[in-house]
Design a protein around this ligand. Structure first.
Ligand SMILES: [Zn+2]
Length: 267
């Protein structure tokens, strides 16, 4: 048996048997990884607060063939600012759930880790959590290779400067100028300024994207479109999306703190 270490973000945890838990992490070294935490339910002292969703931990894994188990798990950053704000917590849930849905297991992606770690950090302090979530989702799709190029119209080759309106369709993988995408109902409608902003954001280093500010309606449209695409391609509803929808409609939120188990799906 070998024990290996990596920094990781806790995505979700569920009970297993009488005394164990299965924890899903997104780690710097191995990407998405699930591991058994033996005795985690019996002895809370051994892994103090280390398996809460959104926590950043220093993880020690024992690995043998396809099995992984938690040897050590030390809390690095608990993101308290997220835990005391239901709306930010709900957005964090969306980040974790999309990370879980879109990444295959044991496929390392340091850029994705940097993106997720930075987004959770920023979500705790930024005045506009929807902006953080939208930037995260678009950059995540780029890292995963599912976002079309936003440099030119796919049909006529026009640059951003040459058209006032643009359409980005995740479903068809097309980025089109107004003349060639306007007829399509599906897709994210972007004015020239928003299209140029996305272009700059996608060229910036992952850790520097949080200064970009989307127009309010654009952030909401992006979140809606990416969530719809993720649900379609994974054939699973996003629980965090439904919670955010309920909060937006005012039927939930306020002082009520959403339970993490309601947000984060079990593996
Ligand atoms: Zn065109």
């Amino acid at each position: 048996m070998t024990v290996v270490e990596s920094e990781a973000v806790v995505l979700c945890a569920c009970d297993y048997g009488e005394s164990d838990r299965i924890v899903t992490f997104f780690s710097l070294e191995w990407g998405l990884v699930r591991a058994m935490a033996k005795g985690a339910r019996r002895s809370r002292k051994r892994f103090v607060h280390a398996f809460e969703p959104n926590s950043v931990v220093q993880l020690g894994l024992g690995r043998r063939r396809t099995l992984s188990w938690v040897e050590s798990c030390r809390l690095v950053e608990g993101h308290l600012a997220l835990r005391t704000d239901p709306l930010r917590w709900a957005y964090a849930g969306l980040l974790l759930e999309t990370t879980l849905r879109l990444n295959p297991e044991n496929m390392p992606s340091p850029p994705f880790y940097t993106l997720l770690r930075g987004a959770l950090e920023r979500l705790g302090t930024d005045r506009d959590p929807a902006n953080v979530a939208a930037l995260f989702l678009v950059r995540a799709l780029r890292i995963l290779g599912t976002l079309p190029s936003l440099e030119r119209c796919v049909q006529c080759g026009a640059t951003i400067e040459e058209a006032s309106f643009w359409k980005l369709s995740l479903e068809t993988g097309r980025f089109s100028c107004g003349a060639h995408g306007a007829a399509a109902e599906e897709g994210i409608a972007l004015d020239k300024g928003s299209a140029a902003l996305f272009q700059s954001m996608l060229r910036a280093p992952v850790e520097k994207i949080w200064r970009f500010r989307l127009r309010k309606g654009v952030a909401a449209d992006v979140i809606h479109a990416v969530c719809t695409w993720v649900e379609h391609h994974t054939a699973q509803r996003l629980k965090s999306r439904r919670l955010l929808d309920r909060m937006a409609n005012g039927s939930e939120g306020g002082t009520r703190f959403p339970r993490s188990s309601a947000l984060i799906p079990s593996p």
